[in-house]
Design a protein around this ligand. Structure first.
Ligand SMILES: Nc1nc2c(c(=O)[nH]1)N[C@H]1C(S)=C(S)[C@@H](COP(=O)(O)O)O[C@H]1N2
Ligand SMILES: [Mo]
Length: 441
């Protein structure tokens, strides 16, 4: 029976062994190889709609509670368990600034007015009669990948760090069709777009983008947009920062300038450290980013041996052209395989076969898009902004498009941690990764 003993070495050689089994005479009973045969007959499906296996409850947890922090629980996509490029609707991250509404689609209306020839009001059914399109796009909060939350410790898991990005197939009516019907007047160069939530979340969108590829979406991955994603209508602004994608869409006003709404100024301005008194606003596209999702911060490798390194890359500027992975702390880079088809402004899955020798190692990925943009290292990003590593640790910089290369450290015990900052930097900034013993300053 010693040959059935599970072991690290065995797993690697196992592929040859398995091939032997498959080629062997007849089909042996699985039990002979120690494969349990435990199907429970008559499994009941719980609801009409269906649900994931009860054994997946932990793996598909979107909720992230921070017991040590005064913030409400966040709903972040568990990227560590994602496969392929599509985010299941129940796992899309959620970013709400106000109390969300509960909308009956029969009573809902979309108003288009302002600098137009003909103000228009649409019901949801009227919209669905118009020509529609479906596209796969990522959506990313501009606060994604921040290294810490306000007052909290440095984040350590891939879900906490990068779980504010999701990717769906969105279906809806091109906004250009609606604007053409309304007839945009000369000088109408921006849109003020408003949601139906308690605080009437509003954002300014440049007309050029609106005419290019913006969708008034009613569909998400083959069904109605989820309530948390803006049911029954939301705007999809491909590649742009998350907040442009206004949920529970109720009003589009054609205007002649950006309106500098509360969210886009107070909440989403980023004070430039290099130019006192100046802020970054209206950055539009999210820059190229990639992150290894397996093995990633928060996971533990059971032992040395073969692992497929896999992760996601995306860019608000276009399609991902190349992803490179380093498994030696950034000295050498190998080109990862991209899962086809690669969609523009969508999550792109990359994979690289790898064998871990059990020693401490740092793995990381970097990506390049088809517009010539490359994902920067933290050092490159710091140089561009004129800051040091400590800048990111001192405060939460939640309104910056942080896209530095994410290094993960795999320790000899198999645990994987955020290695964005070295321990000396963390000590100077008084922050340790992940620890619950953190005291607030
Ligand atoms: N009406 C409305 N739209 C909104 C928001 C909001 O709070 N209200 N949040 C915005 C922000 S900041 C982001 S990142 C995205 C998140 O979309 P999601 O919650 O579907 O993931 O929606 C945007 N649209
Ligand atoms: Mo956001």
């Amino acid at each position: 029976m010693s040959s059935m003993k599970p072991g690290r070495r065995r797993f690697l050689k196992g592929s040859a062994a398995l091939a032997g089994i498959a080629a062997g005479a007849g089909v042996p009973a699985a039990g002979a190889f120690g494969v349990p045969d435990e199907r429970t007959p008559g499994t009941k499906y719980a609801t009409e709609y269906g649900e994931r296996s009860r054994f997946e409850a932990e793996a598909t947890k979107r909720r992230h509670d921070y017991p040590q922090r005064p913030f409400p629980a966040k709903k972040l996509t568990p990227l560590q368990n994602s496969v392929g490029i599509i985010t299941p609707n129940g796992l899309h991250f959620v970013a709400d600034h106000y109390t969300p509404p509960d909308i009956n689609p029969e009573e809902h209306r979309l108003l288009i007015h302002g600098m137009v020839e003909r103000p228009l009001v649409f019901t949801v059914d009227e919209l669905k009669r118009l020509p529609s399109e479906s596209h796969i796009y990522f959506m990313e909060c501009l606060a994604n990948s921040n290294v810490k939350d306000r007052g909290g410790p440095v984040l350590d898991t891939v879900q906490e760090l990068h779980g504010r990005t999701s990717c769906s197939e969105w279906t809806g009516v091109p906004l250009s069709i609606l604007l053409d019907r309304a007839g945009v007047q000369t000088g109408g160069s921006w849109l003020l777009v408003e949601g139906a939530d308690a605080g009437r979340f509003s954002y300014s969108i440049p007309m050029g983008k609106a005419m290019e590829d913006v969708l008034v979406a009613y569909g998400q991955n083959g069904e109605a947009v989820r309530p948390e994603q803006g049911y029954p209508l939301r705007l999809i602004v491909p590649g742009f920062e998350g907040p442009y994608n206004v949920k529970w869409l109720r009003r589009i006003k054609v205007v002649d300038q950006p309106y500098m709404t509360k969210v886009e100024t107070i909440l989403h301005g980023y004070l430039r450290p290099d130019q006192k008194g100046k802020a970054l606003w209206f950055q539009f596209q999210m820059p190229p980013k990639s992150v290894i999702t397996r093995p990633a911060g928060g996971q533990t490798l059971p032992g040395p041996g073969f692992y497929e390194i896999t992760g996601l890359a995306w860019s608000g500027h276009g399609a991902i052209r190349k992803v490179e992975v380093s498994t030696d702390g950034g000295k050498n880079w190998k080109q990862a395989k991209l899962q086809e088809p690669v969609h523009s402004m969508a999550h792109t899955r990359f994979r690289l076969p790898w064998t871990w020798d059990g020693e401490e190692v740092i793995i990381q990925s970097r990506c390049f898009d088809d517009q010539g943009e490359a994902q920067p290292s933290l050092a490159e990003m710091n140089r561009k902004l004129g800051v040091t590593d400590e800048h990111w640790l001192k405060t939460s910089v939640s309104a910056y498009q942080f896209n530095a290369i994410q290094p993960w450290k795999i320790s000899r015990d198999g645990s994987v941690h955020n290695a964005m900052f070295d321990s000396a930097t963390l000590a100077r900034a008084g922050s340790a990764p992940g620890g619950a013993d953190h005291t607030e300053h």
